[in-house]
Design a protein around this ligand. Structure first.
Ligand SMILES: [Zn+2]
Ligand SMILES: [Zn+2]
Ligand SMILES: [Zn+2]
Length: 370
C-alpha cells in the first residue's frame, strides 16, 4: 500500500466513524459501529433482538445473514415482546397455571404473565433438578404449565412405585427407604446407587435376581453420547425399563424357549455373553508392543466362558472367530479391571481379552462362545 493510499485510507475510515447511518431494519439513525451483514450494516439495537436466534441455530449465519430475513425476525420479536407486555397488563385473580390464589404483593412474573407462589416453588424444583435451563423471566406460561404437568405425573408414579414393597415374581423385598425428592427420586435411586431392583415401564419393581433371569432377551446396553466438543458421557440403558409387568411375565417364559433354542443351535456352545463395551486392551502393550489386544466387557448370560474358548461373531453374513486370551471377573459393567480368572460363570460380569480386531462387535450384542 502506498503512502497516499494509507493516508487516505486512514482518513476515510476516521470520517466513516463520524457518519450517521440509518439502520435498514428499524429506520433509526445510529453513529459508531454497526453490525455488518452480507448486504448492509444494521444497528446493534436490532441485532440484540435476534442474536439469540443465531446463537441457538434457529437462524443460519450463512443463509440468513441478510437484511430481509433479519428484519422479519426483528419484527416477529418486537411483536412477541409487545404481546408479552400486553399479556402482563392486568394481574389475574387466580393463577393461570393451577387456578390457585395469587399473592397480594410481589407476584412472580414469567415471560408472558404471572404465577402463584406454589407454581413458583415448583419452578425452583424443576430448575434444581435440571429439568429446565430457562430463566423464570424467559419461560412462558404454556411451557411452565407443560413442565409442571409432567413433573406432577412423575411424582404420582413415584409414590405409586414406593407403595410396592415385594417383587411380584418371587416376593423379595424391594421396598425403598428414602423418600427422595420430588423430581430427583428416580435419578437418585436408579442411577446413582446400585439398584436392588429394576424398574419396569409401568413402574413395577422387579428384584435384581428375577430381572437377571431374562437378560438373554433384555440386556443392559451401554451407549455413549457425544457433545459438540467431542466429550462423551456414557449411559447404561436397561432394556427392561421399556417393558411392562405382563410383558416381563411373558419374557420369563420366552427366555426358556430362547435358551433351548440356543442350546439346540449351538450344541457345543459353552456360553453366551452380552456385550457392554469394546475397547483396546493396553495391559500387555508395553511388554509386547507389536501385538494389539482388545477387551470385551460384558455379562455371561448363559453357561461358562473359559480361557481358550472361541467367540463367534456373525455380522453382515460374515463369520468372525476370536480366541479368549485372558479373562477377568468384575462386579459390573462399570469396572475397568477385576480378578484374573480361568473362567466366568453365568450371571457374572467379565472382561474378555482377545487378540483379534473387535470392530465387528457392538454394545448390546449377544455373542456365542464355543
Ligand atoms: Zn435498527
Ligand atoms: Zn399456580
Ligand atoms: Zn423377584
Amino acid at each position: 500500500m502506498g503512502f497516499f493510499d494509507s493516508l487516505f485510507g486512514k482518513k476515510k475510515e476516521e470520517k466513516k466513524q463520524e457518519v450517521k447511518r440509518v439502520c435498514p431494519i428499524c429506520g433509526k439513525e445510529f453513529t459508531g459501529k454497526g453490525l455488518d451483514v452480507h448486504d448492509g450494516t444494521i444497528c446493534f439495537e436490532c441485532w440484540d433482538l435476534v442474536l439469540d436466534d443465531f446463537e441457538s441455530g434457529r437462524m443460519d449465519d450463512d443463509k440468513e445473514f441478510y437484511i430481509a430475513p433479519i428484519k422479519a425476525a426483528v419484527l416477529a420479536k418486537k411483536g412477541e415482546l409487545a404481546a408479552d407486555k400486553a399479556a402482563k397488563d392486568v394481574k389475574p385473580e387466580v393463577c393461570p397455571i393451577c387456578g390457585g390464589k395469587m399473592p397480594k404483593f410481589m407476584t412472580m412474573e414469567v415471560k408472558d404473565g404471572y404465577i402463584c407462589d406454589d407454581c413458583f416453588s415448583k419452578f425452583n424444583e424443576l430448575e434444581k433438578y435440571g429439568e429446565t435451563d430457562k430463566e423464570l423471566a424467559n419461560i412462558t406460561l404454556k411451557e411452565l404449565s407443560a413442565l409442571i404437568t409432567r413433573a406432577d405425573k412423575q411424582k404420582a408414579a413415584n409414590e405409586k412405585r414406593k407403595e410396592q414393597d415385594a417383587c411380584p415374581i418371587c416376593g423379595a423385598n424391594v421396598s425403598e427407604k428414602s423418600i427422595g425428592s420430588l423430581w430427583g427420586d428416580i435419578k437418585q435411586s436408579v442411577k446413582d446407587e446400585i439398584p436392588k431392583f429394576v424398574l419396569l415401564k409401568d413402574n413395577q419393581k422387579i428384584c435384581a435376581a428375577c430381572a437377571e433371569k431374562v437378560r438373554l432377551l433384555y440386556p443392559v446396553k451401554y451407549a455413549r453420547t457425544y457433545d459438540s466438543e467431542g466429550e462423551y458421557t456414557g449411559a447404561h440403558l436397561d432394556t427392561l425399563n421399556t417393558i411392562t409387568l405382563p410383558e416381563f411375565r411373558k419374557a420369563l417364559e420366552d427366555v426358556n424357549v430362547k435358551r433351548q433354542q440356543l442350546e439346540k443351535q449351538y450344541g457345543s456352545c459353552e456360553a453366551v455373553i452380552s456385550v457392554g463395551s469394546v475397547a483396546r486392551d493396553f495391559d500387555k502393550a508395553r511388554t509386547n508392543p507389536g501385538k494389539k489386544e482388545y477387551r470385551i466387557r460384558g455379562k455371561i448370560l448363559l453357561g461358562k466362558a473359559s480361557k481358550g474358548d472361541l467367540i463367534q461373531v456373525n455380522r453382515n453374513d460374515s463369520g468372525f472367530t476370536m480366541r479368549i486370551e485372558r479373562l477377568q471377573q468384575i462386579t459390573g459393567f462399570e469396572e475397568y479391571s477385576g480378578n484374573n480368572v480361568d473362567s466366568v460363570g453365568e450371571g457374572y460380569y467379565a472382561i474378555v481379552t482377545v487378540a483379534e480386531d473387535t470392530s465387528c462387535i457392538y454394545p448390546g450384542d449377544n455373542l456365542i462362545i464355543v
